[in-house]
Write a protein that binds this ligand. Structure first.
Ligand code: MLT
Length: 280
């Protein structure tokens, strides 16, 4: 059972769902979703204090729109302060949430004990990808959120016959569609702009030395596993897991594998077994 909080952040109020006690684990959702994408991770609250915000512009935090990944990271720092979280947290982010987690690690290192970066990347958009986001924002303005759901859902989920045959596949599609249709058009358009203008984090992440788990869906069509393979090469203290039968939504598509990997990482983070974290 999650408790709902409404907490202040610069110029707005954010909705945050929490459950459990102990070590804080923050789950940051992808675009264009909200806290509901983490429903299958609620069981993790038996082990940690789960903190699951709706990022600015989405879900219960839609009173303001997102203008940059930096702003969303500052929001996470603000909500942790508002919730009186005094110890550094484990920050887990999927895709856009992963971009936010990286900025949090760089801008607010005192807030971050460890990272879980899921179906995401360090690099910025190419000029073509940025132009495609601008086109999509204009289309959503003309035609509404349905066009976004239609365009994104087939790319969010793994396409192989084995993945399409997973018993919960229809329920996952339904959750994604419902969630996308409920996000305000202005929020979607603003976030597409913020995603398109996000900086390349490759150099900055070379210096982030907290234990980091990288999780990639083997069939991710949006941020293919090579993105996190590149991150593994440059970040000092990482472990990479590539999950079969998962696309860009690994925590929803393969929740048992995902949850077990996170719990194992919390018990034995890289750098604590089999070698020390290299000196800064
Ligand atoms: C997401 O899942 O958050 C988006 O696909 C991120 C992106 O488009 O870069």
């Amino acid at each position: 059972m999650m408790t709902v909080h409404h907490v202040p952040a610069a110029g707005t109020t954010l909705t945050v769902h929490t459950a459990g006690a102990g070590r804080p684990l923050v789950l940051l959702h992808g675009f264009p979703l909200d806290h509901r994408m983490w429903e299958s991770q609620t069981a993790l609250a038996d082990h940690v204090r789960l903190i699951v915000p709706d990022l600015r512009g989405f879900g219960g935090s839609a009173a303001a729109v997102a203008t940059s990944m930096e702003q969303l990271a500052d929001d996470v720092a603000a909500l942790l302060a508002a919730l009186h979280v005094t110890t550094p947290a484990v920050i887990c982010g999927l895709s856009m949430g992963g971009y936010v987690a990286q900025h949090l690690a760089v801008r607010h290192p005192d807030r971050v004990a460890a990272l879980v970066l899921v179906d995401t990347k360090l690099e910025a958009d190419t000029p073509d990808a940025r132009a495609a986001r601008a086109d999509l924002a204009a289309k959503v303005g003309r035609l509404g959120q349905g066009i976004l759901a239609d365009a994104m859902i087939p790319r969010l989920l793994a396409g192989s016959a084995a993945a399409r045959g997973l018993p919960h596949r229809a329920a996952v599609e339904e959750t994604l569609r419902r969630t996308i249709l409920e996000q305000p058009v202005a929020s979607i358009q603003a976030a597409l702009g913020a995603l398109g203008s996000r900086p390349d984090m490759t150099e900055a992440m070379r210096h982030v030395r907290v234990p980091t788990l990288l999780i990639a869906g083997a069939e991710d069509a949006i941020t293919p596993p090579e993105c996190l393979e590149r991150a593994e090469e440059i970040m000092p203290c990482t472990r990479l897991l590539i999950v079969p039968h998962a696309g860009h939504m690994t925590p929803l598509e393969t929740p048992a594998v995902f949850n077990a990997a996170v719990l194992e990482f919390l018990r034995h983070p890289p750098g604590t077994l089999g070698g020390a974290v290299p000196p800064a």
